[in-house]
Design a protein around this ligand. Structure first.
Ligand SMILES: [Zn+2]
Length: 392
């Protein structure tokens, strides 16, 4: 069985400029490596009307249970202005002990590390391995995520294929590799508020109804106090106003319409419906004619500590000596779709430079991450790990 170097594979992936929705050969590269290890690969292209066609990959080694799935994405965010980078974002060079380029941290590095780990695990286990290892790799995580993980999960369900547990390779470490596993994520929703008043002359305000004044009062009501104080595994929920737009060029006209947008990141104390009701109540208490459109990008979720996070924590401790915090901070991820199918935890590199110019990862971290994933596979497939999962 071929030995895979995580740094080399990650570098090759970085050289595919796979900015969502482009693939540029990234998934083909992953599939070729996995086929060499004995995985059966399914390339899945989904193209819902009205959205870009997206390439995805589901690969599986073995046919037994449990089926442990590593989930990730090969797409990356755009590099932005080239002059803000001190190296070429898609060259995949190593310099000063770090692998440099867009996707090094989020998350081509983790994909390289997991495939290297799976190769070593299967080489050591030989033919005695009775479970399955699968990979669900999407090209649509950084974009709208319509034709990605969610569609692959539907495809798996239709085939009667079961995932028993999953690890998502997002960059969850905060300061040092292994200091944080994520066991849930906050929900996210955006409200677009349009307040209607009556336009008029500023010198005759009694004949007008100032939409700006009403908007300010409504927004004050929404931001007057905290939504909650946090819960056992979550930070407090937070409502942030992101823009206020009146667009009135005249100094002598009372505006008849005013708009604002706000985003709420919410913990497991809330559902999006409960928050909609909370906001409606606050706005009603002030009073105004308004329209409010909501876009919910994800509900909050929590996977209580269990076999996946336990095995990950033990593997991290064995390789790094660190005890990871079980966190729920940060933005949303595809774990929000997977948690509806099976227990999931997220673990990957230190996220400092993700989505930034000069994204890079220490070579030592990539090597250690591969060791952690390998130690995780060992623990997960050891009799105790499986038994504890089945008893769930
Ligand atoms: Zn990511």
């Amino acid at each position: 069985m071929s030995v895979i170097d995580p740094v080399e594979l990650a570098a090759e992936l970085i050289r595919c400029p796979s900015v969502t929705p482009q693939d540029e050969g990234a998934l083909g590269l992953v599939a070729a490596r996995l086929e060499r290890l004995g995985f059966a690969c399914h390339r899945l292209v989904f193209d819902d009307p009205g959205s870009e066609p997206i390439a995805n990959l589901y690969a599986r080694y073995g046919s037994g249970r449990p089926n442990l799935c590593f989930a990730g994405h090969t797409d990356v965010v755009p590099p932005g202005p080239p002059e803000s980078w001190s190296f070429a974002p898609f060259a995949g060079e190593s310099r000063d002990g770090a692998l440099c380029g867009r996707g090094a941290v989020d998350m081509k590095g983790a994909i390289g590390a997991f495939i290297a780990a799976a190769g070593r695990f299967l080489a050591a286990r030989g033919d005695g391995f009775a479970g399955s290892i699968s990979l669900l790799i999407t090209g649509d995580e950084e974009g709208v995520a319509v034709n990605g993980t969610r569609k692959v999960l539907e495809w798996l369900r239709a085939r009667g294929e079961t995932l028993d547990a999953a690890v998502v390779g997002e960059p969850t470490s905060a300061e040092a590799l292994g200091d944080m596993i994520k066991i849930g994520r906050r929900g996210s929703m955006t409200g677009r508020l349009v307040v209607e008043g009556v336009q008029g002359h500023v010198a005759y305000p009694h004949l007008a109804d100032n939409a700006a004044h009403r908007l300010v009062a409504l927004l004050s009501a929404l931001t007057a106090g905290p939504l909650d104080a946090g819960t056992e595994h979550f930070q407090p929920s937070s409502l942030q106003i992101t823009t206020i737009d009146i667009g009135n060029p005249a100094t002598n006209v009372v505006p008849g319409e005013a708009r604002a947008t706000f985003n709420i990141r919410f913990n497991d104390r809330w559902s999006s419906d409960a928050l909609k009701a909370w906001v409606a109540e606050r706005l009603a208490a002030i009073g105004a004619r308004y329209r409010l459109d909501w876009a919910v990008s994800g509900e909050s979720f929590l996977v209580p500590p269990g076999p996946v996070s336990d095995c990950l924590a033990a593997a991290i401790a064995a390789v790094t000596g660190r005890t990871p915090e079980l966190g729920t901070t940060g933005g949303t991820s595809d774990a929000r779709f997977i948690q509806a199918c099976c227990p999931v935890a997220e673990f990957g590199l230190v996220g400092h430079t993700m989505h930034q110019a000069d994204e890079r990862v220490p070579l030592a971290d990539l090597a250690q991450l591969a060791l952690i994933y390998e130690a995780f596979l060992d623990r997960f497939f050891a009799t105790g790990g499986i038994a504890s999962l089945r008893s769930q």
